[in-house]
Design a protein around this ligand. Structure first.
Ligand code: PMP
Length: 369
C-alpha cells in the first residue's frame, strides 16, 4: 500500500549537461505516476549549505514543501484514507471527516477529490485564513471552531468524530491516534531518508503535531541502524513534550502558545506512544529563533518555508552544535510559507506578537506586508 517507491534521489545527482537522456535515478522519477496520490512522497533532501559550513556538519532538510498538496501531511492523509478503505470503513462516494490544524485537511481534501470522496474539516479558529480558503477551494466543508483543550468535548477533534457518527458511509480518520499516520513515515519517509544518505546519518530531529512524522521516522531509523541514529524531538513553546522527555515521563499542563502552526502537543498521542521512549533527547526552540530562521532560510538558502520548518532547522543546528562537527543531521521542511505569508511577513502581525525585533537588521527588508 501507499506510495510507490522508486529508487530515491541521490543528494548530489546532477544530469549531464551534454546529454539529453536522464540518469537512471532521475529517469525512475520521471515516469508518469498514477493520479494525485501517485505524486506523494519521494521528495528531495536538500543540503542547507550555509548552516552546514557554519556548523561543520551536513545539515539536510527533507523537502516536504514539495509534496503535491504542499506539506508533509500528504503522506499521512493518503495512509489514513487507504487504511479506512482497506478496513471497509468507507465506500465509494463516502465522506472523510477530520480535525486538523490545516495541513492534514489540505492533504485529505486533495486525496478525497482524487478518489471521489466528500471531505469535512474541523479546525481551531486560530489557524491562518490561507489554509481555510484553500480547503474550501478544494471542495472541503470547513468548520473553524473555538480552540479549546483536548479534554473539552467541544475540541475540534471530538466535533469531527461526532460529525462522522451522524452520517452514513463516513469515517473520522482520527490522525492523532490512528497509527496509519505513523506507518506512512515508517514505510516511506524513513526509508527515503535512509536511501538518500546511504544510511550514513547520525541524527534526526523534528517537531510534532500528531507525532506521526517523528515517531514513524524514529521507529524506522532506530530499527535500521541498530539504535545508532540519534533521534531527538524539537518542541515549540506551549508544548509539553520537551519537559516530558527531560523529566523522563512527567506530563505538565499546557501553558502559553507559539506562532508555529501545526506543532506542539499536550499529550502523548497513540502515534507517539510506541516510540517516545526511543528518543534520545529534545530541544526547546523559542518563537524568536523560529521566526528569524524563516527569514534566514530565505536570505541564505533561497528556501521559503513556514515556521515549523524553521523551528526544525534551528533545532537541527542545536543538535549539530551538541553532537560536534562531521555529523550528518536530517530534519523536515514541513511546508511552504505561502500558507502563512499574511502573518509571517506582515510588520503589523509581527509587532502584535512582539517578534518584529527578533528579525535581524539585514533581514528586515523581507517584511514586505
Ligand atoms: N508542521 C506543520 C506545518 C504541520 O501542519 C504539521 C502537522 N500538524 C507538522 C509540522 C507535524 O507533523 P505531525 O503531525 O506528523 O507530527
Amino acid at each position: 500500500v501507499g506510495i510507490a517507491r522508486t529508487s530515491t534521489r541521490a543528494i548530489h545527482t546532477t544530469a549531464s549537461a551534454s546529454s539529453s537522456t536522464l540518469s537512471p535515478v532521475a529517469a525512475a522519477h520521471m515516469r508518469p505516476v498514477n493520479g494525485f496520490v501517485g505524486a506523494i512522497g519521494n521528495t528531495p533532501l536538500i543540503r542547507l549549505n550555509r548552516l552546514s559550513s557554519e556548523t561543520g556538519c551536513e545539515i539536510l532538510g527533507k523537502a516536504e514543501f514539495m509534496e503535491p498538496g504542499g506539506s508533509v501531511k500528504d503522506r499521512a492523509a493518503l495512509f489514513v484514507v487507504q487504511d479506512a478503505e482497506e478496513r471497509g470503513l468507507i465506500q465509494p462516494g463516502g465522506t472523510v471527516v477530520e480535525g486538523t490544524a490545516g495541513n492534514t485537511g489540505i492533504g485529505l481534501a486533495h486525496v478525497c477529490r482524487s478518489k471521489g470522496y466528500k471531505c469535512v474539516i474541523y479546525m481551531p479558529n486560530t489557524q491562518s485564513q490561507e489554509k481555510i480558503d484553500l480547503l474550501r477551494m478544494l471542495g472541503a466543508e470547513v468548520y473553524p471552531v473555538p480552540a479549546v483543550a483536548f479534554d473539552n468535548p467541544e475540541n475540534y477533534n471530538h466535533q469531527a468524530k461526532r460529525h462522522a457518527d451522524r452520517l452514513d458511509n463516513a469515517v473520522w480518520t482520527n490522525q492523532f491516534d490512528n497509527t496509519a499516520n505513523r506507518r506512512a513515515h515508517i514505510e516511506t519517509t524513513g526509508p527515503e531518508i535512509w536511501d538518500q544518505t546511504d544510511g550514513k546519518l547520525d541524527g534526526f530531529i523534528c517537531a510534532t503535531g500528531t507525532g506521526g512524522t517523528l515517531a514513524g521516522i524514529t521507529s524506522f531509523l532506530k530499527q535500521k541502524s541498530g539504535g545508532k541514529v540519534q533521534c531527538w524531538l524539537a518542541d515549540p513553546p506551549g508544548s509539553v513534550l520537551h519537559s516530558y522527555i527531560q523529566t523522563k515521563g512527567k506530563l505538565m499542563d499546557r501553558e502559553g502558545g507559539s506562532i508555529t502552526e501545526g506543532i506542539g502537543q499536550g499529550r502523548v498521542t497513540e502515534n507517539l506512544k510506541p516510540d517516545i521512549e526511543k528518543l534520545d533527547n529534545s530541544v526547546h526552540v523559542p518563537d524568536e529563533e523560529s521566526i528569524a530562521m524563516v527569514y534566514d532560510l530565505l536570505h541564505e538558502e533561497g528556501i521559503y518555508v513556514g515556521a515549523s520548518s524553521a523551528l526544525n532547522v534551528v533545532a537541527a543546528k542545536k543538535m549539530a552544535q551538541q553532537l560536534g562537527p562531521g555529523k550528518t543531521i536530517v530534519t523536515i521542511l514541513c511546508d511552504g510559507a505561502y500558507r502563512y505569508q499574511a502573518r509571517l511577513f506582515s510588520r503589523k502581525w509581527l509587532e502584535s506578537k512582539k517578534l518584529d525585533t527578533a528579525i535581524p537588521e539585514h533581514l528586515q527588508k523581507y517584511i514586505v506586508l
